[in-house]
Ligand binder design. Structure first.
Ligand code: ADP
Length: 388
């Protein structure tokens, strides 16, 4: 660009000098140079010494955007000949995020996710909800315990970074052990469980951004020694976050189980959460309505504490959105034994299987474990029998 500041052009910085300065800027969270993380989109140097730097954020609305912008500006401003710095922010594509996750693995070959292999017979259910506190983790834990009690080999991945309450609800404070390169999951009530909480000191809350979360989930799925599982349940964080997309990428065959309360507002968000499955082409296996009424302690009649019909509404909405029938698989009443069981690490399906909540959860577990998987696209590994 020819401007009247042309005389300074003789001293305009080189791109190499600007990139060298950028290589000294670390991503505030990953603690590695942004140049190594593929976060520098572009460097443009005008003749007047004004430098424009394009930076890729790892995710939209990245909480570190301001820190990153000011450290980039500061670093580039220090390069001799730079008159001014403009930082333009963009967001990485899914592909770029995958590359970043790969580079964070330090060049190690990506271990395969066994559940994503065509011959895998493990049914994977990703348990999702629109918002927190609707009982998603309680449902996950009880379904897992009920299936294990029925003799199935069951695993749970607690990927709810905000809640990670699964170990407590299953009554385990066991830590995973490492054998060779594999992580061995602790087991409780016959359920193998791995939780993000097992990897954070003092169960501290985790604030991880997209690539880190993707990496954590990938590790839980690929580096944990699960053995031959019949069913794997993933307890996802509430809402329609990055993690749902990661699940779709890592285990394309995972089916979504939506948990909602009967409340209209909760139902609306659940519907939104479920409709992400439409974008990711995942199947929604059904809806579980939790906290569906409280049996009156005096007369036994149901009181609709959180309204009614939310589960049905979500199922209908998702049926419309996906074009495939999404059923309500069960309605779980409010039951103090369910909450106590969660607090004590003894799932109600085991301690009180005949209670209304216990029975309803067991029935959902049965319908999920009995489902036949379609054979389309699956290798049957048939070998001819010997005549004899
Ligand atoms: P989420 O995983 O959706 O955040 P949780 O499973 O942690 O929800 O449940 C939130 C709280 O509500 C927990 O204390 C749990 O014990 C309680 N709870 C969940 N479902 C029921 C129910 N049907 N009856 C009574 N308490 C319940």
């Amino acid at each position: 660009m020819a401007t009247d500041t042309a005389p300074t052009s003789a001293t305009a910085p080189t791109e190499a000098a600007v990139r060298a300065a950028l290589s000294r800027v670390n991503d505030p969270e990953i603690h590695r140079p942004i140049t190594d993380l593929g976060m520098v989109k572009s460097v443009e140097i005008a003749a007047d010494g004004v430098v424009s730097v394009g930076i890729y954020l790892t995710i939209q609305g990245c909480p570190m955007r301001e820190t990153l912008t000011s450290s980039v500006s500061e670093a580039v401003r220090g390069v001799p000949g730079v008159a001014d710095v403009h930082v333009e922010l963009d967001v990485m594509s899914d592909e770029q995020r995958r590359e970043l996750a790969a580079s964070l693995r330090g060049g190690q070959a990506e271990r395969e996710v066994p559940f994503a292999q065509p011959g895998s017979l493990t049914r994977v259910y990703a348990v999702a909800s629109g918002k927190g506190g609707v009982g998603k983790s309680s449902v996950t834990v009880n379904l897992a315990a009920a299936m294990a009690a029925d003799g199935l080999a069951v695993g749970v991945v607690d990927a709810d970074i905000y809640g990670h309450s699964v170990p407590r609800m299953l009554g385990t404070d066991g830590r995973p052990t490492q054998v060779e390169n594999m992580i061995m999951p602790p087991e409780a009530h016959g359920v193998r469980v791995i939780s993000i909480g097992m990897f954070t000191p003092g169960n501290a809350p985790v604030v991880w951004r997209g690539p880190m979360l993707h990496r954590a989930l990938q590790q839980f799925l690929a580096d944990v020694y699960w053995g031959d599982l019949d069913v794997l349940l993933l307890d996802l964080p509430p809402g329609t976050g990055d993690i749902a997309i990661s699940v779709a990428q890592l285990v394309p065959g995972a089916e979504i189980l939506v948990v909602t309360t009967p409340q209209q507002a909760a139902a609306e968000v659940a519907e939104r959460a479920g409709s992400i499955a439409v974008q990711t082409h995942q199947k929604i296996v059904g809806v579980v309505e939790n906290m569906s009424g409280l049996p009156c302690p005096h007369c036994g009649e149901m009181v609709d504490v959180f309204g009614s019909g939310g589960g049905q509404q979500v199922a209908e909405g998702l049926t419309r959105a996906t074009g495939a029938k999404v059923p309500v698989l069960g309605t779980i009443p409010i039951d103090v034994r369910l909450r106590e069981g969660g607090d004590e690490g003894k799932p109600v399906v085991l301690t009180d299987p005949g209670s209304p909540a216990g029975a309803a959860l067991r029935s959902v577990a049965t319908s999920l474990s009995r489902r036949e998987r379609g054979l389309a696209g699956m290798s049957l590994s048939l070998t001819p029998t010997r005549r004899g």
